[in-house]
Every structure is written in structure tokens, then in C-alpha cells.
Design a protein around this ligand. Structure first.
Ligand code: AMP
Length: 740
């Protein structure tokens, strides 16, 4: 018999009659996994088995395969199983999740306690089963936590419960202890941290109206968080879910049915456009014809969308248009993971429906103004004045058939609360005589315009995808944009604003080629630099470096080699640029050994400014100094950036990843590489498309607003690699010590 099978004494004789549970514990060493198991096994009415890798080999540490085998045999024997191992990344969890079946629910309980607490507990403990204690524990725990990847429902869990402190762990213990042999726990995600207190309060209020099932989940309400990949509690269905079967999506419901193979997942990792049916409400367009056109257009675009998906949304449970579209889409065999219908309010799909949609369509009026009723009023109200201003800056009106893509300002409540990054206004044809431009039942023209409207809408969505996707070719980037698709006016700031966006930056480099005076011995990286061309606005830093006398107001420091300026679009509370004043030194790939002295000077000046901020402004700031592998602006410039990333200018994945992946080359490393290899490594632009991860605890986040919430409170230690070699500058004394 396997020594690892730790049968619950309270219920060893019992064989589970109802559904069995496989509960995967997820947490660092020291987070309290084994204690949780012991507590449940001591008091539970169900028979439990604890599968622990630390003791699975006859009391000694064993393998994952052994754990899987033990878990399977316990489940087959009618027991419930705790998987007591760290399970901190998806790969570690996958095989265990596969043990789930219609008779076996797979849950995760995440013990997401502060890293420091786990470390100090691990260090202090004695007699640990896996001998992870004492001095070595700190490094091991720290390393493990850097790889931490919180579980998501779409991995196959039917329920995930997050615990952030001992009280919440006790709640989890009580929850499992209270389970009788036939009880089920609600499916969904519970307790994921969210720092927007307003929403928490709203959700809690909402949850108070709901009775917990079987009385087994005493404190669920505390934990309802609106994270986009969450499913809601099953009771949400009463409110805004259609739940009427195939084709129409109801995430929790599908999970409740044990439909694990469903490919529809709530994850915000999947770019999603939610759109209302255009013209069928107030504009009185025939529903049958409209549904034909929706299905036709969806069918046309679906294959062009890559992994993105489209969701037709309606507020009403009895929506005729949803039923028609659903039936017709099924008949046309449209992939239901790529296109489905959803009952919910388009302005709170994430918080109320658990469906995160980064882009939503608005059935707009021709004046692009708030007002009227329905979707238009709801979206303008929910998005606040920011949407009106952003819309106005792009266009004054729309014609039927047109669409206008508007990036949502990051201060907009819709952006902050729901993670919506873009609104696409669409104007459809009107058949209502009481509204402007009525087509008097001319369905030839009407259908043509409705087709155009959906084409514009989906093309608008594609343009957003292209801008955010790393597969985009520079030439296409020029066309993509915060684009409206038709002849709407672009205001004069727009050009300037774009200089702040990486999305268009590659296009600059595909333009005319300036002369590079150096000889032909240049190595790979330099070829890129030779071929590059810089548009006039990407030469702003170059102009400052070459003509400082024209930019006196912008300059913080001027020496014969360098100029220090504030970054015009700071991505953090403190963000400066140290510009080299040398000619023909456009970017990092131009740097050679002869520039070493200059690099050191730039570094020294950058450090001096960081220290000044630490001394005079805020000693708690942390700075990093470095270069972008492929800059957007001409003229070698060193970023001196505080690590709070607290800035409204930090808006997208590329902004974040340009400072928080290997794309960002630390100044100290650049100096080291140039002195040993004669040049610095240039890291791939593909890094800019990587998933969003916290620069401290490395946790992954679905979108920038969520990431910002997280980093606003993340106090985890910085990864070891950043702490080494003076890559981070904490305060004057340590900063001075790091000068290379
Ligand atoms: P990079 O991608 O390394 O070229 O970064 C260029 C930086 O320059 C970005 O952080 C921009 O926010 C900033 N920037 C763009 N235009 C200006 C400007 N006219 N003055 C100061 N900073 C600018």
C-alpha cells in the first residue's frame, strides 16, 4: 500500500455516494496546504485521501506520476482526494485536472498568501515531510513563486477558491467540512482579489440577495470578484443569463452540467468583440433578414479572426434576434467557440456575466452623441464623458453602414471596471419613420447598408487585433489604427498621440532609409539600424539632442555628451530620458565599443537623477535604467523609470512589455556586453506581445487595468535577477555602489 495515502480517520469506512471531489491545493511551501488537509480530514463527513508528493515514495519524496496513480485509485475507491503539492503552474496541474469526469468535480483551493509569510514559515519549520526548511527554503520558495500562474476555470476546474489569509483558509476548511455526501458546491471562481472596492461593494451587495446552496458555503459572498475570467455564482443566472441551451452561452451553467469539453471560456486572454444586433430595435429592421445578415457576415469574418471571437449580446431573455441567429449559426456549422450569443448587459458583461470583452460595439446614432435609449445610452452612460470626448476627437458624425473605432481612455469607468479597451460605434440602416434617414421599407438598400455596417464593425475589430497582434506587418500597421473606417476627420493631436503608441511604431522603420556612415563590417543588429527610416515625429528626441538651444524649456540637464529630459508620455511616476548627443547614434543596435565611455556617462547621469528623486521626492521609489531593444524614437536614449508604473500613459501590452520583458535592456548589462562583445544584444520585438505579468510577483493578468490594480498593491520582492548587479536602484547609497 502506498504510504502517501493519508486516509481520513473520520470517514475511512465510508465510500462516497454522490459526486466525488478532487481538490487541488495550489500554494507555495509554507502556505498551509497540509494544515488545510489535516483540518478537513479530521472533521469532514466525507472520506478523504491526501496525496502528497513529499511522502509518496514510501514516506519519501516521489514523482508526479505516483501522485496521479494514487489519486486515481483513491477516486476509483469512492474517496475524495486532496492533491497536496504546490501545483503553482498550469503544467503542474494539467494531468490532475484530467482526472475529472461527470462523477468527479475538480476544484482548486489557492492559498495565495504573501510570499514573505510563506518564506518565513518555511524557513522556521522543523521536521517538514519534504525537508524543505531552514536556509534553503527561502530561495526555493522565492524561485517557485516567480513562476506562479494562478489557476483559471478554463483549465478544467469547476470551482476555484482563492484564500489570501488564514481567515479565508479557515473559510475554505469550513466549506469542505460542511459538505455532506450528496452536497455540491457552486461552480465558479471565488475570492480572487480585486482592488476596486466600489465593485467589491456592489458585488457583495448583489450577493447578499442570494442564498447559498445547501447552506454549505457560509462566506461565499465575501469573495465574489469581478475578474473577467471568473464565472459567476450559479445564482447569477436568475438575473442575466438566458441559459436556454445550445448555442447560447451560460458559462456557469455549462460547468454545472459538467460540460468540461465546452470550448467557450470566459477568459479575457481571448480577444472578444461583443456586439448588439444593429438596427433591429429602435430602427425596426426586419429580424429575419437581420439575422441572415449577421450569420452571413460572422461566417465571412470568423476565419479571419485568428483566436478572437464574436459574441452577439442582447439584454432580453426572450430575444427573438438571438434565437434566430443561434439557430441559423448552428445550421451553418459556425464554430460555437468563436461565435455565440449571450444574454446580458453589454456594459457589464465582465462584472455581472463573467465574460470579458475587450471591445464592444455601440449601435450609435448618426450624431455620435449620447442619448436615445438602448445600447447607445447605456454605453455612453457607462463610459462617462471620456468616451464622448474621445469620439468627438475622431469624428462628428456617421453615415449608415459606417463604423468608428474609438480607443477608450484609460480613465473611463468602462475601461477600469470592465476591461473594455475600445468601443466601435456602428450606424445601421433605419426603417423607423420617426427616426432620421428612414428607408421606407426599401430592404434592397437596407440589407446592403446592414451588410456594410457589419463589415465595417468586424473590420474595425480586426484592425484592433492587428494593432495588438505581433503578427502584424509594418505596412498593415499603417492602415490599422485607432482608425475609423471611413472618412471621418482626424484631429491634429492624433499624430502626436500616435507617437506614444508602439502600435504604429514599426511603420516608421519601413520608411525611407537614412544614410549610415559606418563601414560595412557592422554585425546583424546594425543592419536593422541601417535600413531604418525615421518619420519626422519620431525624430523629436534627435532634434532636441542636436538643437538643445531650441528646446530650453524641456531640458533638465545639458552636458557636452548628454541631455536629460522628462519623458513626454511618462509610463511611471518618474520617467526621464537621457539622450546621447552624438550624431549617427540612433539606437542600441548602433552602439559599439567606441561608445562605452558615453554609455557609462549616460548611466552615471541617469543614476544621479534617480538618486535625486529618491532623496528629494520619494525614498520608497525604485528605479531601473535601460534601453529599448528597438526604440520608437530616433537618437540613443536611456530610460530612467520608477518601478511603480503608475501612469495613465501606460495603456497597452506593448507599453508594459517594453519595460518588463527582456526587450528592456538594463544599462548595466548593455555596458557589460559592449565591453566584452563590442555590442549589446537586441531582443526580439515578439516579446512585446507576451502575456502581462507583474514585474514583482510574476503573476499573470488579463489586461492592463487588472494589471494596474494588481501592481498598485503588490508588495512581493522583486525577482532575484533584477536585484542582482545593480539593475534596480533603491536609494542613493546602494545606487552609488552599483555604478559600473
Ligand atoms: P523608445 O521606445 O525607447 O524610443 O521610447 C521613446 C520614449 O520617448 C517613449 O517613452 C515616449 O513616451 C517618449 N517620447 C515620445 N515623444 C517625445 C517627446 N517629444 N519628448 C519627450 N519624450 C518623448
Amino acid at each position: 500500500m502506498d504510504m502517501d495515502l493519508d486516509d481520513s480517520s473520520a470517514a475511512t469506512s465510508g465510500v462516497q455516494k454522490g459526486k466525488r471531489l478532487l481538490v487541488m491545493l495550489v500554494g507555495a511551501p509554507g502556505s498551509g496546504k497540509s494544515t488545510l488537509c489535516e483540518n478537513v480530514m479530521r472533521a469532514s463527513k466525507r472520506p478523504w485521501v491526501r496525496v502528497c508528493q513529499d511522502i509518496i515514495g514510501n514516506g519519501k519524496s516521489g514523482t508526479k506520476a505516483q501522485c496521479l496513480k494514487s489519486a486515481l485509485s483513491a477516486l476509483d475507491g469512492g474517496k475524495n482526494v486532496f492533491i497536496d503539492r504546490c501545483n503553482l503552474d498550469k503544467e503542474q496541474r494539467t494531468e490532475f485536472v484530467k482526472l475529472g469526469s461527470p462523477q468527479i468535480d475538480v476544484h482548486a483551493v489557492v492559498l495565495d498568501l504573501p510570499a514573505q509569510l510563506c518564506i518565513s514559515r518555511s524557513v522556521k519549520r522543523i521536521g517538514h515531510e519534504g525537508n524543505l526548511q531552514g536556509g534553503k527554503a527561502a530561495a526555493v520558495v522565492n524561485r517557485m513563486l516567480q513562476k506562479k500562474e494562478l489557476p483559471k476555470l478554463n483549465e478544467g476546474f469547476s470551482r476555484i477558491m482563492f484564500c489570501h489569509n488564514d481567515a479565508e483558509i479557515q473559510d475554505a476548511i469550513n466549506t469542505y467540512n460542511a459538505l455532506g455526501p450528496f452536497d455540491d458546491l457552486p461552480h465558479g471562481c471565488f475570492g480572487e482579489r480585486n482592488h476596486e472596492t466600489k465593485i467589491q461593494a456592489g458585488i457583495m451587495k448583489f450577493m447578499k440577495k442570494i442564498d447559498g446552496p445547501s447552506g454549505t458555503v457560509p462566506k461565499e459572498s465575501r469573495v465574489q470578484s469581478p475578474a473577467p475570467h471568473q464565472s459567476s455564482d450559479r445564482t447569477n443566472h436568475k438575473f442575466d443569463r438566458q441559459g436556454d441551451g445550445i448555442g447560447s452561452t451560460n458559462l456557469s451553467e455549462k460547468q454545472e452540467k459538467g460540460n468540461k469539453e465546452t470550448s467557450i471560456c470566459p477568459s479575457s486572454d481571448i480577444p472578444t468583440l461583443a456586439f448588439p444586433s444593429i438596427s433591429t430595435a429602435d430602427f425596426q429592421f426586419d429580424h429575419d433578414k437581420a439575422s441572415d445578415i449577421i450569420v452571413e457576415k460572422v461566417g465571412e469574418f470568423i476565419s479571419k479572426l485568428g483566436n478572437a471571437r464574436l459574441v452577439l449580446v442582447d439584454l432580453s431573455h426572450g430575444s427573438k434576434i438571438l434565437s434566430l441567429v443561434k439557430a441559423k449559426a448552428a445550421r451553418k456549422n459556425i464554430d460555437s467557440s468563436k461565435f455565440f450569443t449571450f444574454v446580458g448587459n453589454i456594459v457589464n458583461l465582465s462584472t455581472k456575466g463573467g465574460l470579458c470583452c475587450s471591445v464592444i460595439a455601440n449601435a450609435a446614432n448618426w450624431r455620435l452623441k449620447s442619448g436615445g435609449g438602448g445600447v447607445n445610452a447605456a454605453i455612453f452612460n457607462a463610459a462617462g464623458a471620456d468616451l464622448e470626448a474621445a469620439t468627438r476627437a475622431r469624428a462628428k458624425m456617421l453615415h449608415p453602414g459606417q463604423a468608428l473605432v474609438v480607443p477608450l481612455p484609460s480613465a473611463s469607468p468602462l475601461y477600469l471596471r470592465e476591461g473594455v479597451t475600445h468601443v466601435i460605434h456602428v450606424l445601421g440602416p433605419n426603417m423607423n419613420p420617426q427616426r432620421p434617414n428612414c428607408l421606407d421599407n426599401d430592404y434592397n438598400e437596407g440589407c446592403k447598408l446592414l451588410r456594410q455596417a457589419y463589415t465595417s464593425l468586424f473590420e474595425g475589430f480586426m484592425s484592433i487585433l492587428k494593432m495588438h497582434g505581433n503578427e502584424l506587418k509594418p505596412s498593415q500597421m499603417l492602415r490599422g489604427s485607432d482608425c475609423h473606417l471611413d472618412n471621418c476627420k482626424q484631429d491634429s493631436d492624433q499624430k502626436n498621440k500616435r507617437s506614444d503608441e508602439y502600435l504604429l511604431e514599426n511603420s516608421k522603420k519601413s520608411r525611407c532609409s537614412p544614410v549610415d556612415t559606418r563601414d560595412g563590417e557592422a554585425v546583424k543588429g546594425n543592419e536593422r539600424s541601417r535600413a531604418k527610416g525615421w518619420s519626422s515625429w519620431s525624430q523629436a528626441l534627435y532634434q532636441i539632442a542636436m538643437h538643445p538651444e531650441r528646446h530650453k524649456g524641456d531640458i533638465l540637464e545639458l552636458t557636452k555628451d548628454v541631455i536629460v529630459i522628462k519623458d513626454c508620455y511618462p509610463k511611471a511616476c518618474k520617467h526621464l530620458l537621457v539622450l546621447a548627443r552624438a550624431e549617427h547614434l540612433d539606437c542600441l543596435s548602433d552602439v559599439r565599443e567606441e561608445h562605452l565611455e558615453l554609455l557609462r556617462r549616460m548611466h552615471g547621469v541617469g543614476l544621479k537623477w534617480a538618486e535625486k528623486f529618491l532623496q528629494e521626492d520619494d525614498p520608497s521609489l525604485v528605479f531601473r535604467l535601460g534601453y529599448h531593444s528597438v526604440p520608437s524614437m530616433q537618437q540613443l536614449h536611456l530610460h530612467v523609470i520608477s518601478q511603480d508604473f503608475n501612469s495613465t500613459h501606460l495603456k497597452n501590452k506593448k507599453h508594459w512589455n517594453s519595460f518588463n520583458t527582456a526587450f528592456f535592456r538594463d544599462s548595466v548589462d548593455v555596458i557589460e556586453e559592449v565591453s566584452s562583445n563590442g555590442e549589446a544584444g537586441i531582443h526580439d520585438e515578439g516579446l512585446l506581445a507576451m502575456e502581462l505579468r507583474c514585474h514583482r510577483c510574476r503573476s499573470a493578468h488579463p489586461n492592463i487595468p487588472r494589471l494596474k490594480w494588481h501592481i498598485g498593491s503588490c508588495k512581493a520582492a522583486f525577482p532575484v535577477a533584477l536585484l542582482e548587479n545593480g539593475r534596480l536602484v533603491f536609494r542613493p547609497t546602494s545606487a552609488m555602489a552599483t555604478k559600473p
